[in-house]
Design a protein around this ligand. Structure first.
Ligand code: F6P
Length: 360
């Protein structure tokens, strides 16, 4: 077939025509992001052949050991997105500070936030990883002086666009510009992303949840209650059996939820009290919350909607509970009931002795 599916450029231009608020060269900015993802996909798929696996030998600002591919993926974003004149600055999970567009390049109206390679513990074992990105408008005062960190500290409900690339058996780009969530698949023969999954929708309820069960003893009680009820299956309060998955790559996890429903949790836990969660608000939680929300799902910290959280720092962490709407609302209710003490019956010794692997 010589023509047929919509390619990413046509898709973006049509989206921009539908939404006049997307000013200037918005579609060209996303095209630059897409080019970064294609370059990363190439590196990831060549793996050992390209000598890109293994550790970089230093920690990032989060105190996590950087992989070589973390660094290369970060460079790919900077290389492809800094020269086009669409951005004023970038911020990356892999960089301590923001990256203002160098003075010898024209400065644009948007800010780009990205996690260049999410789930990077999966790289060396050849499992799915991804890149996550979010676009914000540069506040008015950006037009004069170079942007500062404060310009990035906008709640997720101000995102103009968000997306991820999943480097899995096929490479997919999932994107929202505020008009639904859409999936495109990389056709390696022609080097283009083609629209394959328009208007993705997450079913409101589910029988599948994803959580790192090894942290169970550290979870907050509302999450312990929810998971315990799922595990009780048909004979418990939920009256149905649940399935569990954990890929340890948020992109893969969210993608599965977009394809067949489910709920993903990386809740607040008491493992390290200095961290109110594992995932980063700006680089992971906000873009995924917009993507999931535009597909009819919901994203919450348990106490508030992720998209309403006012960031206070660039690398801030938050608890994340996202996916099928009814389940996320249920977990929010469990948080409210915990706050008010209404969940007393579930705090009985019987409840607290339940573990994922043993129901007393
Ligand atoms: O840092 C982010 C991340 O890799 C996510 O992609 C993933 O959901 C999570 O961390 C995995 O965490 P853990 O190693 O605790 O399973």
């Amino acid at each position: 077939m010589l023509c047929g599916r919509t390619n990413v450029n046509k898709f973006l231009i049509e989206e921009q025509r539908r939404n006049p608020a997307l000013v200037g060269d918005f579609s060209m900015l996303i095209s630059d992001v897409v080019r970064s993802c294609k370059a990363i996909a190439q590196g990831v798929s060549r793996g050992s052949l390209a000598g890109v696996l293994g550790d970089e030998g230093r920690d990032n600002v989060q105190g996590e050991a950087q992989k070589k591919l973390d660094v290369l993926a970060n460079q790919a974003f900077i290389h492809h997105c800094e020269w086009g004149g669409h951005l004023a600055a970038m911020a990356s999970e892999e960089m301590d500070d923001i990256y203002p567009i160098p003075a010898d390049n024209p400065r644009g109206k948007y800010l780009l936030v990205f996690d260049p390679l999410d789930g990077s513990s999966n790289i060396d074992v050849n499992l799915s990883v991804g890149s996550i990105f979010s676009v914000l408008r540069c506040p008015e005062n950006c037009s004069g002086a170079a942007p500062g960190t404060d310009d990035f500290l906008q709640p997720g409900n101000r995102q103009v666009a968000a997306g991820y690339a999943l480097y899995g058996p096929s490479t997919m780009l999932v994107l929202t510009v505020g008009n639904g969530t859409h999936g495109l698949t990389l056709d390696r023969d022609i080097g283009e992303f083609l629209l394959t999954h328009p208007n993705l929708l997450i079913s409101p309820d589910t029988r599948e949840f994803a959580i790192n069960a090894s942290n169970e003893r550290f979870w907050e009680p509302p999450v312990q209650r929810y998971v315990s009820e799922c595990l009780a299956g048909k004979t418990g309060i939920r009256g149905k059996d649940f399935n569990m998955r954990w890929v340890a790559s948020m992109v893969a996890e969210v993608h599965r939820i977009l394809m067949r429903g489910g709920v993903f949790m990386y809740p607040r836990d008491s493992k390290d009290l200095s961290k109110p969660g594992r995932l980063r608000l700006m680089y992971e939680a906000n873009p995924m919350a917009m993507i999931v929300g535009q597909a009819g799902g919901l994203a919450s910290t348990g106490n508030e909607r992720i998209l309403d959280v006012q960031p206070t720092s660039l690398h801030q962490r938050v608890p994340v509970i996202l996916g099928s709407r009814d389940e996320v609302e249920r977990i929010e209710r469990y948080h409210r009931e915990h706050e008010s003490g209404e969940d007393q019956p579930f705090r009985s010794p019987l409840f607290s002795t339940r573990t994922l692997f043993r129901v007393d």
